[in-house]
Design a protein around this ligand. Sequence first.
Ligand SMILES: Nc1nc2c(ncn2[C@@H]2O[C@H](COP(=O)(O)OP(=O)(O)OP(=O)(O)O)[C@@H](O)[C@H]2O)c(=O)[nH]1
Ligand SMILES: [Mg+2]
Length: 320
Amino acid sequence: MTTVDVPTLVAQAREGRPRAVARLISLVEGASPHLREVMAALAPLTGGAYVVGLTGSPGVGKSTSTSALVTAYRKAGKRVGVLAVDPSSPFSGGALLGDRVRMSDHASDPGVYIRSMATRGHLGGLAWAAPQAIRVLDAAGCDVILVETVGVGQSEVEIASQADTSVVLLAPGMGDGIQAAKAGILEIGDVYVVNKADRDGADATARELNHMLGLGESRGPEDWRPPIVKTVAARGQGIDELVEALEKHRAWMDEHGVLDGRRAARAAREVETIAITTLRGRLADLHGDARLDALAVRVAAGELDPYAAADALLDGLTEA
Ligand SMILES: Nc1nc2c(ncn2[C@@H]2O[C@H](COP(=O)(O)OP(=O)(O)OP(=O)(O)O)[C@@H](O)[C@H]2O)c(=O)[nH]1
Ligand SMILES: [Mg+2]
């Protein structure tokens, strides 16, 4: 294992040095044993960033929209972090290469960090790695962090729990309306975007979405009604309206104490995932362990039931 000078790395990341930020995110991606120390050092530096998740089917325009949002936030003088998470790939870079091209406008801007991250094959996957990478960007002084995730079933629901505000993107002619209902994304969007509004069918898609969002609606006057924003991300059209919708949602969360609750729920999932990962690691260490073998012999012989044996095993595991 290469040596890692965590205090120096953290200090450099805090100053916003891109190399240090990149290195820390690599430690997250590689599930480095140094993460415990890294996270302890980062914890007091976090909480300042506004985290926006963008999800939707492949090709709907997430990266193009993200890039347009970066432009808008940079104009407003904000520092921006972009995290492109690919839950289906064990390699960062590959599938996200196109994103790099679309983000190349921002490559030389020192106020923007762009990073792609693969999470497949990770114990705990997205739930584990994304919050830690977000924490690195937060500590590095990003005002806004945009997290792009390809919508593959469960992962888009997962990313919703990572973000302060979740944006769900649809595009006309992709049968997205029906897909949306199926994937359960009608429950997770705080803001909906119908991108590619330059194409036929955008109004119909927005209408259909509006109708579906209204079904089963039992909102009070204080409740958040997710807006639908039409955009042509490729030309930057509608992006100011999208930023406005995001700011409104953020203000609404502040006003109603929702933001703290969401962040606590996010932290709870993260802690849970780390605890389960730790337990799983200890369980794996037990393979061929005398304690497990002894219990197994008794279960096989009918002397002990498997639940009692599992309890005995767990008791042993938590005595760290
Ligand atoms: N006509 C039109 N095309 C667009 C618009 N926005 C994006 N595109 C194009 O749609 C294609 C996919 O855009 P991306 O931004 O890569 O989509 P994505 O959702 O990030 O795709 P994945 O990351 O592969 O899931 C690209 O060729 C874009 O140029 C738009 O508003 N109108
Ligand atoms: Mg993309």
